[in-house]
Design a binder for this molecule. Structure first.
Ligand code: GDP
Length: 447
């Protein structure tokens, strides 16, 4: 996610921060590069232009250029503008006050609509590892695609979320009526309506969607779009929002979207907030969309809050808190690296943590390149073969000790060196967080 943009911007800002004093020309030069980086990330042209104009105007101000840390200030201005472009405050689902709240899902065929319906239902219901404790009912109104209703029923079983019994031959508006009645009578908090997909924006289906919305009076109408389609996703959102009062957008396949153009332009072009990001095929691969955290990720400052949150879901609360405290102090020894690696395995393998923690992206790339989970196990073996003292004080690891550890873990000295190097990079990143004033300082800076 946002990898190439993050790399490009990282280069630009490292150069800016590397200098003591900045001139207006320096800032303008850097902003030209920012503009190119945004366009390469497939951000809509007018959005990129506005962004750069706004940032330049603020950044060439005398207060910035004459300040003690002009480079840092420019980064902060870019960060704030990014957060604004992504939608400032994060958007939670609005479930209203009188249940059942109706959440209607709309979108093109294949966008991931049915999967996302189940993901959101799971998250709301607390079923099979979900977070909240709402009573959720799902109903498929898709009578066009064969087996669409059965597909939702299967997902309901997997997520332990109830689905409306299927009545053959019933039409969408009638199914919606029956679903609302069932939700009311049986005391459901939330009713999720999965509507028929369409191949393109098609009038008959749009009319059907409007008829359903009329009787279901949804609290939320969420459009599901595939982030991999880039600016097309933004165009689809624009056409849908002309027909139905969308309340938000869910971007799927963010796991495969290295450029991020749809995510970056969606809010600015359509005015609709992104409420969730789909990050994989598994039914828990759904994340809230938090503009300030995403800006932090893009600017390479790591998304520490998401990391700690994600960790808290998977591992013991105390572990997560301990980790947060150590990060706060800028500490990171081999025990910490080991628990990171173990979490990487627990959290659905390599990939889960990419980009969330400073320095982790590089570690991730190294692990991926070397063959994923197998490497994690090997690294774990290396750390296990060390003495507790060595784990707490990695600087003890001299050549002799490395040979011993390599033998003990059935690896090579080269493997041990690689692990030590990865640790070194992450420890440096932790120190950098501390310099920014710890987690709190970093969060403050991120806005
Ligand atoms: P629908 O036609 O819009 O209802 O699409 P489906 O929900 O049937 O999804 C189509 C395919 O996309 C399925 O194979 C899903 O597993 C996959 N999919 C959905 N969301 C995501 C996502 O966020 N990431 C990835 N990698 N695949 C997804």
């Amino acid at each position: 996610m946002f990898d190439s943009l993050s790399d490009r911007l990282g280069g630009v800002f490292d150069r800016l921060r590397g200098r003591g004093a900045l001139t207006e020309a320096d800032v303008r030069g850097a902003m030209r590069e920012v503009r190119i980086a945004l366009l390469e990330a497939d951000v809509a042209l007018p959005v990129a232009r506005d962004f750069v104009e706004k940032v330049t105007e603020q950044a060439v101000g005398q207060n910035v250029l004459r300040s003690v840390t002009p480079g840092q200030q420019v980064v902060k201005i870019v960060n704030d503008a990014l957060v604004e472009m992504l939608g400032a405050d994060e958007s939670e689902l609005n479930l209203g006050v009188t249940p059942p709240a109706v959440v209607m899902m709309v979108g093109l065929q294949g966008s991931g609509k049915t999967t996302t319906t189940a993901k959101i239902a799971k998250r709301l219901s607390g079923g099979a590892g979900g977070r909240d404790r709402k009573k959720v009912l799902m109903a498929s109104l898709d009578v066009n695609r064969p087996n669409a209703q059965e597909q939702l029923a299967v997902l309901g079983e997997q997520t332990e979320v109830a689905t409306l019994p299927i009545v053959a031959g019933q039409q969408p508006v009638d199914i919606a009526r029956r679903a609302i009645q069932a939700a009311k009578l049986q005391g459901y908090d939330v009713l999720m309506l999965d509507t028929a997909g369409r191949l393109h924006v098609d009038q008959a289906l749009m009319d059907e969607m409007k008829a359903v919305a009329d009787i279901a009076k949804p609290q939320e109408i969420l459009l599901v779009v595939d982030s991999l389609t880039g600016q097309d996703a933004v165009n689809v959102a624009t056409s849908f929002s002309e027909q139905v009062p969308l309340t938000g957008v869910v971007l799927t396949r963010m796991d495969g979207d290295a450029r991020g153009g749809a995510a970056l332009s969606m809010r600015a072009v359509t005015g609709k907030p992104i409420k969730f990001a789909g990050t994989g095929e598994k039914l828990d691969a759904l994340e809230g969309f938090h503009p300030s955290r995403i800006a932090g990720r893009i600017l390479g400052m790591g998304d520490v809050v998401s990391l700690v949150e994600r960790a808290a879901e998977t591992i013991q609360q105390e572990d997560a808190e301990r980790m947060a405290r150590r990060m706060e102090k800028g500490q990171f020894d081999l025990n910490d690296l080991r628990s990171q690696l173990q979490q990487m395995r627990k959290m659905g393998g390599v990939g889960a943590l990419a980009g969330m923690i400073p320095g982790m992206k590089k570690a991730q790339a190294a692990v991926d390149q070397a063959g994923g989970d197998k490497v994690l196990l090997r690294m774990d073996a290396i750390i296990t073969s060390m003495t507790p003292k060595e784990r707490a004080k990695p600087e003890l690891m001299n050549a002799k000790r490395k040979i011993r550890v390599a033998k003990g873990s059935g690896t090579t000295v080269q493997d041990v060196n690689k692990l030590m190097k990865m640790h070194q990079e992450m420890a440096t990143a932790m120190k950098r967080i501390k310099k920014m004033g710890g987690l709190k300082g970093m969060m403050a800076m991120l806005g």
